[in-house]
Design a protein around this ligand. Structure first.
Ligand code: ATP
Ligand code: MG
Length: 766
């Protein structure tokens, strides 16, 4: 241990623990469950327990495996530990379940039919391969979207239901279609040397189940296992913990009131059954909340007490009462966003010590971020999006990443398809089909086929030449990649394919995309081989592994001071002095589909509880009377979550626009309209009263917009909120009935016909 102040800091923190926390931190060998409410110090206990294991008990960090729920949480814990220990704990594994699974697979790839440089497929790659397997099975995307099929398979994988068992249980048409695809999916992935996100959990389970030698070796390696947010583990994750932790030195911490991934297979029984799975487990309960002021905690307790499926816990505030949460009624999502931003500016003026990063805006759906982004941009306030419009999801980034993936793994046909298409090389669908057939006939990858003109007799000479040129390019870069740094490689790539020119040729607005590419190169330069413990990976492999695991964190400049914006799910485990929760309307939060399903409604309520308990000092809840969703202006109604809060616990406010809108009370000349999006729920519910007339009076822009339909021309590039970017293929009709056909870039969306007046198309940003 180097001389440093760190041990003092650690002992100061140890000294500040309450007796229950101390018990958990100091507990010796054997299973330990810490079950406690939000902000009670579970994560802190886990961190200090590791510190103590290393410092006091002399445990080699290489024998410790710590699992967190998000990459962000892993990053924070890693920083914390380095800070407290005075150095990075050498050899310790720390990361999400998926990252841990990826590391296990890299070292044992052959045992699951892969080579160590396998590619991790993200959602889009996975949908691509699902779609191709669907084609071979004659399942039409018209009948079942690849997304629906993959959703069903993903559920099965996370519950560890194998393809044959799934096929036996499949009784409805969707499951039967999914079963056909599921059966062939693993083979297809093997052929591409790829693993899906779900595979990062299921393949390690298989590996450890089928290979006793490996299982014992890893049990010996990870003598101590610690898991944060254990309440949200699904079957596959739970099984991994059981397989690795057979020695019983397993510490898990969690809160049954914070299960928010039931929809993805999280199973509360995993935590409830811990004592059965690990006999003689010690159970520690923490009852003091150190995060939130009294009034915020009071609100949190009031909200969660409406749930019936809970164990019930005590949670006392240790802080001052503080101020009541504020609930704000706004006119629409723009008014809501404007209010939030004004409040941010006002708070910062009033209490000089609030940094932007102390402020979080949380919402139920990522699409809600846009209004806030615009409002913040107007005020010149920097912000960071966590988990939405992810950096690595942007088109230009995906384009370049597909090259990198192909360079690292020549068998990655998905990457090949994307790379060959940008910039265009004159390879039409017919030429691609010929190539695909030739590759399949010879049992080689698309890239290997492209490199051998003799396999491609049926192709036009120009096509053959284009393919051969492309294959040579990849080969040149591959050679370079063996020792070049990733930023050098990227620079070479961008130059070789003249990617900048390609973007500039698309239009005057390519500046942002070019900036993103510069950012990518910068981030590659920052990637040093710091993943620890992974021998034999090239810089490129390190980079790819890291970027595919970032899973939604736009982390190019983590140091910058900026307002944090994220979905409620992404906020798990985090805390902020000031929190805004937006969009508290029925049908949005809770989501409409929860109305018919009591257990889903309880999950939505737990999510609300998670949101409330992120706040340390100030909490604001907002909702809008109307909201644009998918280009349509729909009436909104205050969420039942808000309406059910006993009076007096929150302070009610209205935005200036609501106050000045000459409120006409509900009733009177109102009509009943259904809630969001014609869902089942809105059919069941009486709907929302909307005052006719007022909308037009106060929203002249909306009224005129529907008559003054913008004119489009074929070839023009546009952007749609949900479908993304595309190109106008056809225009027909006029006025309010004018329609366009748009070819969307996202292959799973394809061509759509849209009514211009309702589609809310924007000029494409690229
Ligand atoms: P969540 O359920 O939201 O994940 P948690 O139980 O993991 O919450 P922590 O994040 O560990 O809670 O702790 C909440 C806050 O309280 C943190 O800022 C932590 O540093 C602080 N804290 C925890 N224990 C103490 C203590 N004994 N004295 C002072 N502060 C504490
Ligand atoms: Mg925590």
């Amino acid at each position: 241990m180097p001389a440093s102040v760190a041990p003092d800091r650690a002992s100061a923190l140890l000294g500040a623990l309450n007796p229950a926390q101390r018990t958990a931190v100091e507990y010796g060998d054997g299973p330990l469950l810490v079950l406690a409410g939000a902000g009670s110090g579970k994560t802190r206990v886990l961190t200090l327990r590791i510190v103590r294991m290393i410092q006091e008990r002399g445990i080699d960090p290489a024998h410790i495996l710590a699992v967190t729920f998000t990459n962000k949480a892993a990053g924070e814990m890693r920083e914390r530990l380095a800070d407290l220990l005075g150095e990075q704990p050498a050899g310790m594994w720390m990361g999400t379940f998926h990252a841990t699974g990826a590391r296990l697979l890299r070292s044992n790839a052959a045992l699951v039919g892969r080579s160590p440089n396998f590619t991790i497929y993200d959602e889009e790659d996975t949908l691509g391969i699902v779609k191709r397997v669907m084609e071979t099975k004659g399942i039409l995307p018209r009948d079942w979207t690849p997304k629906a099929i993959h959703g069903a398979i993903s559920d099965a994988m996370n519950s560890l239901v194998a393809p044959d068992e799934y096929a036996r249980l499949a009784h409805d048409p969707l499951s039967r279609a999914a079963a056909l695809v599921y059966t062939d999916l693993e083979g297809a992935l093997r052929a591409h040397n790829a693993v899906t996100f779900d595979g990062l959990l299921t393949l390690p389970v298989r590996l450890l189940t089928e290979h006793a030698g490996r299982r014992t070796a890893y049990q010996e390696r990870f003598r101590y296992i610690l898991v944060d947010e254990y309440q949200d583990t699904n079957r596959a994750q739970y099984t991994l913990v059981k397989l690795l932790g057979a020695h019983g030195n397993v510490t898990v911490v969690g809160d049954d009131d914070q299960v928010v991934y039931q929809w993805r297979g999280a199973d509360i029984r995993n935590i409830l059954d811990f004592e059965r799975d690990f006999p003689h487990a010690a159970v520690v309960r923490l009852e003091e909340n150190y995060r939130s002021t009294g009034r915020i905690l009071e609100l949190a307790n009031a909200v969660i007490s409406a749930n019936t499926q809970r164990m019930g816990k005590t949670l006392r505030s240790t802080k001052e009462m503080g101020e009541r949460a504020v609930a704000v009624r706004s006119l629409d999502e723009r008014d809501e966003a404007a209010w939030v931003v004004e409040e941010i500016v006002a708070r910062r003026r009033a209490e000089g010590d609030i940094a932007l990063r102390d402020i979080a805006i949380l919402y139920r759906t990522n699409a809600q971020s846009r209004a806030f982004e615009e409002a913040l941009r107007r005020q010149g306030l920097p912000y960071r999006l966590v988990g939405a419009i992810r950096f690595y999801d942007r088109r230009e980034i995906r384009d370049l990443m597909s090259y990198l993936k192909l360079i690292a793994n020549p068998a990655d046909n998905e990457a090949f398809r994307r790379a060959i298409a940008v910039p265009r090389r004159g390879m039409g669908d017919a030429a691609m089909a010929l190539l695909t057939t030739a590759a399949a006939a010879h049992g080689v990858s698309l890239l290997a086929a492209a490199a051998q003109p003799s396999m491609l007799e049926e192709l036009r000479p120009a096509g053959r030449a284009a393919l051969a040129g492309f294959a040579q390019l990849i080969e040149r870069l591959r050679v370079q990649a063996t020792d070049a740094s990733v930023d050098e490689l990227l620079r070479a790539l961008v130059g070789e394919i003249r990617y900048g020119d390609y973007l500039r040729a698309e239009g005057p607005d390519s500046a942002e995309r070019l900036d993103n590419i510069r950012e990518l190169i910068t981030s590659a330069a920052e990637t040093v081989a710091d993943d620890g413990g992974e021998v034999g990976l090239t810089p490129l492999q390190h980079f790819l592994q890291r970027t595919s695991l970032v899973a939604g964190t736009d982390q190019l400049d983590p140091a910058a001071d900026a307002v944090m914006m994220m979905s409620l799910h992404n906020a798990k485990g985090l805390e902020f002095p000031v929190v805004f929760i937006a969009g508290l309307e029925d049908g949005l939060f809770p989501l409409a589909r929860a109305y018919d399903d009591p257990s889903m409604l309880e999950e939505e309520r737990r999510l609300f509880y998670v949101g409330i308990t992120r706040a340390e000092r100030r909490l604001f809840l907002s909702y809008a009377e109307q909201r644009r969703r998918n280009g349509e202006l729909l009436p909104g109604k205050e969420s039942s979550f808000l309406a059910d809060i006993p009076s007096g616990i929150v302070e009610r406010r209205e935005t200036i626009r609501v106050r000045s809108s000459g409120r006409i009370a509900f009733g009177g000349d109102t009509v009943w309209q259904t809630g969001f999006g014609g869902s089942r729920a809105s059919a069941r519910r009486p709907g929302v009263p909307v005052t006719l007339g007022r909308r037009w009076e106060h929203e002249p822009d909306v009224a005129s917009a529907s008559q003054d339909v913008p004119a489009y021309h074929p070839g023009e590039r546009v952007r749609h909120r949900t479908f993304g970017s595309g190109t106008i293929a056809e225009v027909s009709g006029s006025g309010a009935a004018a329609k366009v056909k748009v070819d969307f870039e996202d292959a799973t969306i394809g061509r759509k016909t849209l009514v211009i007046a309702q589609a809310g198309l924007q000029p494409a940003l690229e």
